[in-house]
Design a protein around this ligand. Sequence first.
Ligand code: NDP
Length: 248
Amino acid sequence: AERPLTGKVALVTGASSGIGEATAAALTAAGAAVAIGARRKDRLDDLSVRLRDGGGTVLQLDLDVTDEQACADAVRRTREELGGLDVLVNNAGVMLLGTIRGADTEEWRRMVNTNVLGLMYMTHAAIEGMVEQGSGDIVNISSVAGRTARKGAGVYNASKWAVNAFSESLRQEVTGRGVRIGLVEPGAVTTELNSHITHPGARAASEAMHASMRVLQADDIARAVVYLVTQPSHVAVNEVLIRPTDQE
Ligand code: NDP
């Protein structure tokens, strides 16, 4: 089918930039009605206009995933206002690279609260309805950093390791209930992610790594998400690791 997600409803967290924004657009292009959540309202306003101009159905959500009640409200509003929830893309994340020694532990809390607890809150809010309807996709955006630990990325690595473990455990828990849990693990993608790093050395190293190769575009990851959620219902693509061809 040309628009294989017609009649489906998706919710994308962290849709105000980068991979989340591209994924919301790709799901819309594939025919889904899409709820877009993040904290920056101006950016969501722009995306809403763009998607609606293209004929999309959009619900804009003021969503900070570190707020458990906001996560529950986002899922409830999506079901009420878009008529269901078939695809949850847990994409919101921060990568505050730096050494463990000397770290500002406030950055650890931001990473764990967003990348780990935020993803868990959203999943907790969404999973029951999916099991009840006997279908649904939860796609968690992890990282190469969820499979390969490096010095200078310890807590980010730990947060993505947690995402992978949580996803696999939940996959087993809902096996046989029609619900698929998928992991997408990108390598270097050009987005705003690096811009939030405060550790000068870590930020320079990450920027140099990006500058040294043909990095991925957010769209390259969005295509993988669409691939997962458009498989026949008996096919669960559990895990997709995508590096730039030039990335070691
Ligand atoms: P961006 O910084 O461009 O996007 C991050 C998104 O997350 C923004 O939309 C931001 O929105 C949102 N976000 C951050 N904190 C919160 C919060 N508390 N509540 C809700 N939304 C939040 O980076 P990317 O697109 O690259 O990152 C998306 C995901 O991809 C992350 O999970 C990241 O770890 C992962 N990833 C990225 C890679 C890369 O190389 N770029 C590689 C591997 C994985 P706002 O600030 O408006 O709330």
